[in-house]
Write a protein of this length. Structure first.
Length: 133
């Protein structure tokens, strides 16, 4: 007897959403010190501890919202008993990928605003360079 195992996409979406929430919460609460492995990490963010915490709090908040969104969408798809076909699979991928791209773009823009405000407050000695982020 051969048993065919198929992924249950709504549950997978919910699990990924829960993981996003678990990874985002410490960033949002400013519990993660500056590092190269965990968080929104660029050379500019690592250059300043206050900028690190401010940008990663913003990033963590957006990640929390995206994770909660994924959990809710996965729950609704499960509740509606959506069949596993290409369209729901593409929708599930969209629910996971699109918010992450938006979060990255928003965090990059927030970093740029935060960095420019820091340079205006502290002057060019704040380590500002003309390099892009």
């Amino acid at each position: 007897m051969i048993v065919e195992v198929r992924p249950h996409y709504p549950v997978v979406v919910m699990i990924i959403g829960v993981l996003e929430v678990l990874f985002a919460y410490p960033l949002f609460r400013k519990l993660v010190p500056p590092n190269w492995f965990y968080g929104f990490t660029t050379a500019r963010v690592l250059n300043s501890s206050p900028v690190w915490y401010e940008v990663n709090r913003y990033y963590g908040r957006d990640m929390l919202l995206a994770g909660l969104f994924a959990v809710v969408v996965g729950g609704v798809l499960e509740w509606l008993h959506v069949p596993t076909q290409p369209l729901p699979v593409l929708a599930a991928i969209g629910v996971l990928v699109v918010p992450l791209v938006v979060i990255f773009v928003r965090a990059t823009a927030y970093l740029r605003r935060t960095w420019n405000a820091r340079v205006q407050r502290e002057g060019p000695s704040a380590g500002h360079s003309e390099e892009s982020i």
